[in-house]
Design a protein around this ligand. Sequence first.
Ligand code: NDP
Length: 324
Amino acid sequence: MPTTHKTRMLIIGSGPAGLSAAIYGARAGMEPIVVQGLQPGGQLTITTDVENYPGFRDVIQGPWLMQEMQAQAEHVGTRMLWDTITEVSMEGSPFRAVGDSGDIYEGDVLVIATGAQAKWLGVPGEVEFSGKGVSACATCDGFFYRGKKVVVIGGGNTAVEEALYLTNHSPDVTLIHRRDSLRAEKILQDRLFAHPNVKVLWNKAVESFSGDLGGGGLQAVELVDTVTGEKSSLATDGAFVAIGHAPATELFKGKLELDESGYIVVQPGTPKTAIPGVFACGDVMDHTYRQAVTAAGTGCMAALDAERFLAELDFAALQSEAAE
Ligand code: NDP
């Protein structure tokens, strides 16, 4: 028998954005429900070392950080529920979502924190060497390659920015692109081509990642020339896959405005969507920063705006009661 769960604040997604919204929401008395989704804890649960989340002098583990955030959210009164939302209706408050389990979730406000996933090449060795030389985030992992040789795969803004970022740590950065021109903005391309630490390998696709799974980690990327078909191997200590991200917004197509890459459009500088009472925070609305700390920040903003929205709603209800 399906259950209906009612709350003042319904949060979909349990990464840093969703859990930060929950912590603030719970402390403001909104008794939030977080529906955790397919990857409870979000992208940080598939990373290992985290060195850039403020507050921790020593390296911490991504999964541990998410467990702590969840425990903190629960400690202040959040209800965590395991389900995958398959349907949402957003005609107006209360907002209604239906889970895979058949359960129904109703929230006076809806906070969308469904995140994004890095796109991967899907070639042999990529999964095996993930965290052992293969990464999708230079800001997160670049520091571990100080003084080492790294490659970046991709030709868009992300790839070029990641390559430039890596020059802070590495004297030898190679950008590998499958075509003979980049799609990144010209100003970024100019910076890339002018940088003495960067080489670009054109018309090359990565066929596989190779190395020593026993402890040595990634040692090379195996390449094929996309024009001649010629194969080659490039020795490297680290490989950063930067071929784009896919925000988890399938549920919201046709209901909320999405940009050309599928991210939820919010009012600039806020987590407010075009629908009053529906907020989006974290990577689902941010294709620029994509950090745990920025996701947590926008989660906090969503909770503060949710609280204001509910205060106005309650005031309007009181006024209409008084008028009757
Ligand atoms: P993009 O979709 O712009 O670029 C992806 C790149 O990866 C393309 O060069 C593409 O090649 C390549 N690629 C895709 N699939 C494969 C594959 N299977 N094998 C090899 N290469 C592949 O993604 P970005 O993440 O770079 O950017 C996404 C959006 O975010 C863009 O709108 C971008 O402008 C924006 N952004 C803005 C930033 C800023 O303003 N500072 C920073 C970062 C992103 P090909 O070119 O051949 O298609």
